[in-house]
Design a protein around this ligand. Structure first.
Ligand SMILES: [Zn+2]
Length: 382
């Protein structure tokens, strides 16, 4: 049995924040009890600062770790897409896998215990098989050129089969603007009940759907491709997609939401499905230089992601929490910690094990010595 005490324990569960409490757990990290004082004659690791449950990264692209530092900041989303297309094929498999390995370890060090990871290829398969992190693999499809449809579907099925044998995996869509009509139609025939999709990451995305103009039109004209929707739809990107999504897709994770408006949120909430909104603030500041208005979303449905190292300098959920807490201090640290623990655990159906410090769970324990200090890093205790 192990004992840990801290100035404050953020349980992220029904017990809230406990001052000077003691966590009792098995050697494998299963929580046995939370005490309000230390039993006599027990060895206890006393932590200055806070202890919290292991964190969940709700949006990552581990396989893009080799792109760290390769893309300039403030390109805007369309500039970012163009840049990434031009350099994505210049590296070999071993290098891509080695970078993924390095940052899988980095995430473990940062107290991350689970990760919803976008997958376009099999580069990260071996890394994930040997990782301490629980990966929820989102096999992503995109493509506007109908000539490549069969190729895209065959590859997605192959990657999905590779991952699903050893891990959790679903097929998902990249973004409303990046799928052809036939690809969207095919996706809707799959068994996927969990959709994770990049959403309203830039103003031009809405402009494109609403009136068919702007930088997306220029980009698509240049690529000589057509959209899946009858354009323009006269509605925002999100509302255009909501029209065609069936209720069998029960969980919907909207990623970024930088230009999402209250009307979009209201429309999403009309369907009897579970909606979650993921914020990746460092990536938004990197690409577009602005943050989403997080105040317009249901707060118990907000989660946090790092996005990739193509648009972030590290894969640290703690760093993202600090950015959100700095820009939206009215919610308080406990709220942001829940967005990185219990809320995403519930989203992926893992809340009986992960997400909060409660007896019977094995959430991982993370210490943060001085949460106010900018340079303070999380340390995994168990
Ligand atoms: Zn992303």
């Amino acid at each position: 049995m192990k004992y840990f005490s801290a100035d404050q324990i953020y349980t992220c569960g029904p017990e809230g924040v406990i001052n000077d409490g003691v966590i009792v757990c098995e050697d494998d990290g299963t929580i046995v009890d939370i005490l309000h004082s230390l039993p006599i004659n027990k060895n206890c690791l006393k932590v200055k600062g806070i202890i919290m449950p292991g964190m969940i990264n709700s949006h990552c692209h581990l396989e893009l770790s080799y792109l760290k530092g390769q893309i300039p900041t403030n390109t805007g989303l369309t500039g970012f897409i163009e840049k990434i297309q031009s350099i994505r094929t210049n590296y070999d498999r071993q290098h891509i896998a080695a970078c993924a390995q390095e940052y899988d370890y980095h995430m473990q060090q940062e107290g991350i215990v689970a990760c919803l990871d976008i997958v376009n290829d099999d580069f990260t398969l071996e890394v994930k098989k040997n990782s301490r992190i629980f990966y929820f693999n989102l096999i992503e499809v995109f493509g506007l050129n109908e000539n490549y449809l069969n190729q895209i579907i065959t590859k997605a099925k192959k990657i999905y089969d590779l991952f699903r044998h050893s891990q959790q995996a679903v097929i998902t869509l990249h973004a409303p603007y990046s799928v052809s009509a036939s690809l969207l139609e095919w996706y809707l025939t799959t068994e996927s009940e969990f959709l994770s999709i990049h959403m309203q990451e830039c103003a031009e995305e809405n402009q494109w759907f609403e009136n068919g103009t702007g930088r997306f039109k220029d980009l698509f004209d240049q690529w000589k491709v057509k959209q899946s929707f009858t354009m323009p739809t006269g509605e925002s990107s999100m509302q255009s997609l909501l029209r065609v999504l069936p209720e069998k897709i029960k969980t919907r994770l909207w990623v970024h939401n930088t230009y999402t408006k209250p009307g979009d949120v209201d429309r999403a909430l009309k369907s009897p499905v579970e909606n979650y909104w993921c914020f990746c603030p460092s990536a938004n500041l990197y690409i577009e230089g602005i943050l989403p208005d997080v105040t317009i979303f249901p707060q118990d449905r907000c989660v946090v992601g790092t996005d990739s190292l193509a648009s972030n300098n590290e894969l640290s959920i703690w760093k993202e929490i600090k950015v959100l807490d700095k820009h939206f201090p009215q919610f308080g640290l406990e709220h942001w910690l829940k967005c990185a623990t219990i809320t995403p655990a519930r989203m992926i159906g893992k809340d009986t094990i992960l997400g909060s410090i409660e007896p019977g769970k094995r959430p991982g324990l993370v210490k943060i010595t001085d949460p106010v200090k900018e340079s303070c890093r999380p340390v995994r205790l168990i």
